[in-house]
Design a protein around this ligand. Structure first.
Ligand code: OGA
Ligand code: MN
Length: 289
């Protein structure tokens, strides 16, 4: 297995491993790499959907997806192509829904247990644009001074999907039962990674406000923090080729999608490893393949 770091603090390109049937020693190395680098890029592995789901389930139970657009519960569909195989317009429901991903976020932070990992597969990519960018929130925390760390570690943030998706639209893609299942939740702004013990900033677009703070003041604080956190040298962009798999640790990195010419097809399918703990969104089936 070859592991080539992307930046000084995080991200790595991984090659020369059979992801469909890793040897146990390789698997341990891969787990260590995931915890250390937090974003793993597997260029052109050309997974089938079964390969993708098989690989994802090795990391733990998958999260049930939200949008009623999807064709299966384990897959979040990030695609501008409609069921009729047409390209959706930017202001169509699908276009608006996808637009939300252009703001820095971490997946499912609006759930009681945010997602552990997201594993994204590029099926069809545009000829330009559509990069996904990542930012290391451990390095962002490390870059704060002592007083800021202390002040921020006292804060709790309310994350609300109704708030974040409401800002951009496309909310019709969830039915009313789904909205009922997604009340606002609270997470600390500074969290400790359960596996590495490293502290990080758990922030992003799903935060609607800070507990016990004026709403607008809280939003300004979070926007300023995201802006400072998501800067060089703590970021990198992945330029997709069809067949790529990228996996990231939602417990300590933020990501966002970049624009592409919207008349071009972009089809990405995501398996999401459920957050641990009492998680009603975790699907039962676990493969031990
Ligand atoms: C995601 C996501 C951005 C993109 O898959 O969770 O936010 O570039 N993707 O598609
Ligand atoms: Mn996302």
């Amino acid at each position: 297995m070859q592991i080539v770091p992307m930046t000084a603090s995080f991200g790595a390109k991984v090659t020369d491993i059979d992801l469909r049937a890793p040897a146990s020693e390789e698997w341990h190395q891969l787990e260590d790499a995931f915890l250390h680098f937090a974003v793993l890029i597997f260029p052109r592995v050309d997974f089938s959907e079964d390969d993708h789901l098989g690989f994802a389930r090795r990391w733990g139970p998958l999260e049930r997806t939200l949008s009623k657009r999807t064709d299966r519960a384990e897959i979040s569909l990030l695609s501008n192509v409609t069921r009729d195989d047409e390209v959706a317009g930017p202001d169509d429901t699908i276009g608006l829904y996808l637009k939300g991903n252009r703001a820095w976020h971490t997946d499912s932070s609006f759930k009681k247990e945010g997602a552990m990992a997201s594993i994204l597969r590029a099926v069809e990519v545009p000829s330009s644009g559509g990069d996904t960018e990542f930012a290391d929130m451990r390095a962002a925390y490390d870059a704060l001074d002592e007083a800021e760390r202390r002040d921020l570690s006292k804060l709790e943030a309310v994350h609300s999907y109704a708030y974040s998706q409401g800002l951009v639209g496309g909310t019709e893609l969830l039915d009313s039962k789904e909205w009922d299942d997604l009340p606002p939740v609270t997470h600390p702004v500074v969290r400790q990674h359960p596996r590495t013990g490293r502290k990080n900033l758990y922030i992003g677009r799903h935060i609607s406000h800070i507990v016990d703070m004026d709403e607008e003041d809280g939003r300004r604080l979070v926007a300023g923090l995201v802006d400072r956190a998501c800067r060089s040298p703590r970021t990198f962009r992945h330029r997709w080729s069809a067949g790529d798999i990228v996996m990231w640790d939602n417990r300590c990195v933020l990501h966002r999608g970049h624009e592409w010419p919207f008349d071009q097809r972009r089809v990405m399918r995501r398996a999401t490893v459920a957050g641990q703990g009492d998680n009603p969104w975790a699907l039962e089936e676990v493969s031990h393949a």
